[in-house]
Ligand binder design. Structure first.
Ligand code: ATP
Length: 491
């Protein structure tokens, strides 16, 4: 596969500028770069979703198929997107085969299920063909997508941040599988913001920066610092995390949970987060940590217990009520709960405070614009400006808008769910810096994350396992303490 001198523009933005990249057959090739560098755009050209404005895409030396010939594209390349292309209301078997029923006659359900079962067996995917795809967890869903891609004949697979929503054991299992696929000659393009993963699974790395190609090298020849320098264009080391001064015991709680429970997700749990304190919550996929944070943020109704902000009780199960009580939320899925795609960057970032831009709900555009511009600068959001549609942002920059919005109300409590998922190494620092600044100003922060880099900013970290808090780690923990506690073994 090769991209030769490809250029792609979206309106005034040049997303790719004369990029040439060759991926050797059988290699596992990493594509890295900061948010907005052009990675997803390159993937959209390599999968035939978009046509380049200049240059060309070639497979095995031959020109790419016409855009409309989806079947031809599917035979050459498949992409396991961060966002699933699996249809949740269909069964696994239907997802695997429905779009390629031969002949167009009546569907032979029994044969379809049989073929799906054989295919799942072949790729050792432990999922029943009759399972509703919506019931699959992230890991199973990705495996079904990979099996589907391979069964369509593709020997080149693009994995766009495949580990973003997996826990540590899921990632290890995925990597084992990728190595096995690689051994059978499958070529892979692997996109990740976790540079360690690049070293763990890839043999070659390409760096894009500001829409341009920067380097392609064997992974073994590029050190971590050199890679970060290539991505950022500046030769400075990563800053280390400054320890925070402990929050005095006399400081009152900003958030108080009393026997909060949600049947099937987590058991009754009591917790206090002081004003100015950052409390981390981590745990494996089924630990209940995300559901807990979603309950506090108003996305879910608890089956028992209470939530209060300062002395005031919060009506559960309502995002507006949580917001009114002073709880800002950065949700897990920025596509579903996070952003309103039809609105601009500025409108999204300032949505909860729109009432402040003029009397009686009237919005004075210049005021909104000024605030939005300040957010764009403060959170380092790469965009053409406040008027750009939020859908035009790269994934990581969209995440920054979600955080800007959550902080726009100066909340007493900030609830964050995997806040740095999809965010590049440098932006991660500015994003976590913004969270720390909010805490320094007195916000109580509850941060759910699997990322050790996120958790390092916390004053203490609670570890959940099967719906209960099983460990509490004070600042100064080692990585192995966290990993051991998450896996349910004591270190
Ligand atoms: N549909 C679109 N309309 C307008 N601009 C777009 C569109 N898609 C991408 N862009 C712009 O192209 C540039 C490259 O974005 P791209 O999504 O390829 O970045 P990325 O490297 O994948 O970033 P991330 O790591 O954040 O996912 C960005 O400036 C983005 O705003």
């Amino acid at each position: 596969m090769e991209a030769v001198d490809v250029t792609k523009r979206f309106g005034a933005t040049t997303a790719l500028d004369g990029v040439t990249m060759r991926i050797a057959a059988g290699s596992t090739h990493a594509l890295v770069g900061r948010n907005g560098a052009g990675k997803s755009t390159l993937v959209s050209l390599l999968t035939g979703l978009h046509r380049p404005d200049g240059g060309e895409i070639r497979f095995a030396g031959a020109a790419a198929p016409p855009a409309a010939d989806r079947a031809a594209w599917r035979q050459r390349v498949a992409c396991v997107f961060q966002r699933s292309t699996i249809i949740p209301t269909l069964t696994v078997a239907e997802n695997l085969f429905l779009n390629r029923q031969a002949g167009g006659g009546p569907i032979r359900w029994k044969a379809l299920r049989q073929r799906a079962g054989d295919l799942l067996d072949e790729y050792a995917v432990d999922v029943g063909p009759g399972t509703l795809a919506g019931d699959l967890d992230v890991e199973q869903r990705q495996l079904v997508e990979i099996a589907r891609a391979l069964s369509q004949g593709a020997r080149f697979i693009i994995l766009d941040e495949p580990t973003a929503r997996l826990d540590a054991t899921g990632i290890e299992r995925l990597f084992t599988r990728l190595r096995a696929l690689s051994a059978t000659g499958v070529t892979m393009l692997f996109i990740s913001h976790h540079l360690q993963e690049v070293y763990d699974v890839c043999d070659t790395v390409t760096v894009l920066r500001d829409a341009r190609w920067v380097l392609t090298e064997p992974v073994a020849d590029v050190g971590h610092d050199a890679l970060v320098t290539a991505m950022t264009g500046e030769a400075v080391g990563l800053t280390s995390v400054e320890p925070r001064p402990p929050v005095p015991a006399s400081v009152p709680p900003a958030l108080r949970l009393r026997d909060l429970a949600l049947d099937g997700a987590y058991d009754p749990l009591s917790l206090e987060v002081k004003a100015g304190e950052i409390v981390g919550v981590t745990g494996s996929g089924s630990s209940g940590k995300v559901t807990l944070a979603e309950t506090v943020g108003g996305l879910r109704r608890p089956t028992a217990g209470s939530i209060s902000v300062g002395p005031v009780g919060v009506r559960p199960g309502s995002v507006p009520a949580a917001l009114a009580a002073g709880i800002g939320l950065v949700p897990q899925d920025r596509h579903r709960e996070g952003l309103i795609p039809l609105l601009s960057v500025g409108e999204n970032a300032t949505l909860p405070i729109a009432g402040r831009f003029g009397p009686a709900g009237a919005i004075v555009p210049s005021r909104r614009r000024a605030v939005a511009e300040e957010f764009i600068a403060r959170y380092d959001i790469r965009t053409e400006g406040p008027e750009a549609p939020v859908g035009s942002l790269s994934g990581g920059n969209a995440q920054k808008v979600v955080l800007a919005r959550a902080l726009s109300t100066d909340p007493s409590v900030l609830v964050l769910i995997n806040p740095t998922a999809g965010v590049d190494v440098r932006s991660k620092e500015s994003l976590l810096g913004a969270v720390r600044a909010a805490a320094d100003a007195g916000t109580g922060v509850l941060m759910v994350s699997d990322e050790l880099d996120d958790l390092r900013h916390c004053d203490r970290v609670l570890v959940m396992f099967h719906g209960r808090v099983t460990a509490e780690l004070q600042a100064g923990w080692s990585d192995t303490d966290v990993v051991a506690a998450v896996e349910g073994v004591s270190s």
